[in-house]
Design a protein around this ligand. Sequence first.
Ligand SMILES: C[S@@+](CC[C@H](N)C(=O)[O-])C[C@H]1O[C@@H](n2cnc3c(N)ncnc32)[C@H](O)[C@@H]1O
Length: 271
Amino acid sequence: MNLPRLLFRYPGGKFYALKLLRPFWQNTPHDEYREVMVGGGAVFFDKPKVRHNWLNDKHEDLMTTYRTVADPELRGRLVELFEKEVATKERHAEMKEFIPSNDFDIALKFFYLNRTSFSGKTRSPSWGWRPVRSLPPNRWKERIRPCGEKLEDTKMTCLDFEDVIIAPSLGASTLLFVDPPYFLAKQENHYSESFSENDHYRLAAVLEKTSHKFFLTYDDCKEIRELYSFARISQNRFLYRIDNSRNRGGKRKYGNELVITNYDHEKALEC
Ligand SMILES: C[S@@+](CC[C@H](N)C(=O)[O-])C[C@H]1O[C@@H](n2cnc3c(N)ncnc32)[C@H](O)[C@@H]1O
């Protein structure tokens, strides 16, 4: 299976863990799929859609951009504008100052900064587009068009995770993918939405009660192992691009990550 082409560059994105994560949805029949904290949506863009699909993230500009790209007419306008766009330090500085007055402009600004900033960070972004290595603006349509088409007919919301987890099933069997910020990492540099210690505890409490199936990824630490002692925990090792790759020559390193579920992903279940 090929790796998907993603719409965004996203800090903490699960692109490098896709091979490891596939068995968790492939062996688990479901007719409703929810990504509770979608971010760059690496898993959504990798997996075939099912009957009901729901993407959520607390990050408003991110979800506004997804909705804009999902709309065929707005998507066409974005592609047209980016055909004539330039990736320069000056234009990046101009975009940083630009104050959007509608959803389309929010998407325009978000996408431009995501594609041209270091590590795709749109919060306090610094110039990071590199000739040859980075995709030029006239090729951004190669991401916008296929991703936008996949996003059509998908429910997209900007809610707190708890509202998405507790919502009743629309189909016979619902599968949730939950990818919260790491428990031990310093989040303030990565995400617009901060995730407090209490949010980690609140997430565990709501997942313990849910009747939906879930798979959840976390950094491997004793606090998380204790918090999810009610569930199945598998420890995994995968290659990922380190955050400050600028200082390490763009290398990748191995990370340990937990995948936590309330079902047996190695056994095909009846839907
Ligand atoms: C690790 S990232 C998800 C990365 C994603 N799986 C990917 O492949 O790109 C965590 C996400 O949680 C979102 N988030 C933070 N607090 C949230 C909340 N209370 N409810 C929903 N989403 C939240 C952040 O905006 C961020 O996009």
